[in-house]
Design a binder for this molecule. Sequence first.
Ligand code: ACO
Length: 433
Amino acid sequence: MSETVKLIYRDKCIELPLIEGAEGELAIDIGKLRQKTGLITFDPGYANTGSCQSAITFMDGERGILRYRGYSIEELAEKSIFTETAYLLIHGALPTRRELNHFSVLLNDNSLIHEDMQAFFQNFPRASHPMGILASMVTALRSFYPAYSITNEEELNLIVARLMSKIRTMAAMSYKISKGHKVIYPRPDLTYCANFLNMMFDNPVKPYRIDDTLVEALNVFWVLHADHEQNCSTSTVRMVGSGKVNIYAAISAGISALWGPLHGGANQSVIEMLMDIQKNGGDVQKAVMRAKDKNDPFRLMGFGHRVYKTYDPRAKIMKRMCDKVLRKLKISDPLLDIALKLEEIALQDSYFIDHNLYPNVDFYSGIVLRAMGIPTNMFTVMFAIGRLPGWIAQWKESLDDPKWRLSRPRQIYIGNTVQKYIPIDEREVAGQS
Ligand code: ACO
């Protein structure tokens, strides 16, 4: 008989199964709790709730560990490229050379977007946020391309290539159109990352010179963002997907969830915060004081994480990449100096120590993206392109799960008890009895 835990309440006692994950983490299976007792659980923000069993990504927030399919993030960031990591996440194993070449061919073949879609881009107001455009355009893909029911590897490869390749083209296209510039098409001779940079920055009168260090930095940035288990946007993709919508609708919902400043939008907010500090004379101590003040809604953006209670392992890699890019390009970014000062002060401050608040991946990523020339309002789009393989892998895993069910949490109702309807002429107007 497998292990159980006892739940004792009032005069009752029931046993609930205990389940154990591959890395030894334990969970109480409450799947039959309501049926057996009439009770439900209460966990705002789901901080103590496992929503699924997953074989994709392992995180240990106390020890600062992140692994995709068993491979450490440090090793993947050093040795892998984004397309290979995407393949690993989605298919569950590193590709052979033949498989990776085939995947690259598919990415190239699917990199153009339907010419009719350009009209949509042209008609968004110039000031539109690129995340809103991206979410709308990903939903619109459903109208232009069928959403396959995935019954074999080849269909899966095709839908993955279509999404990954077109999302990159759409992101670069929306930037070019927002600038009023000519759209640059993808090139078959360039890698995934180099192609993106070229589509963003090439110009008929000023050809773009692709810099190897920037390509490497973009690869690392996207590898680091490729998955992060059941975060807000991934859980959204799973939840929306649980209604059996098409994949474009599920991914579009994930993009919308990522937009928020407490989630993917934090990379944009970090740079805006650093710029504000710079504008106000670089007073880092004042920002730290504000973040600690309970009467001030200000938070130190790029600090803290729901799961990591130590330094985010991705932030360490990003910080090193930041140094490398700025050194190689001989850029001196005053925002980096402010960020370093902020980190130094915060890491010694008892508030941040006691609350386990350390830099997260977004703290240094914006400085790397700035060095590439990516505009601040595109930062979260960069995150979305990186997170796409994770969303697809998690969406597919959820549909293949034999325990699949429609996601439908419960609630504890705290509103009025039964009310009697009063016809409108008989209602008292507040303040006029
Ligand atoms: N600055 C100041 N105080 C903070 C911060 C911060 N960045 N983050 C958390 N706290 C404090 C809260 O005020 C709270 O204090 P209290 O217990 O004394 O009231 C305590 O730490 C816990 O905060 P919660 O919001 O409950 O923690 P939670 O785990 O829900 O939040 C989150 C995590 C949203 C990431 C939070 O740390 C935050 O807002 N950080 C800034 C935004 C950010 O960088 N987001 C990116 C996260 S990574 C990602 O999504 C890619």
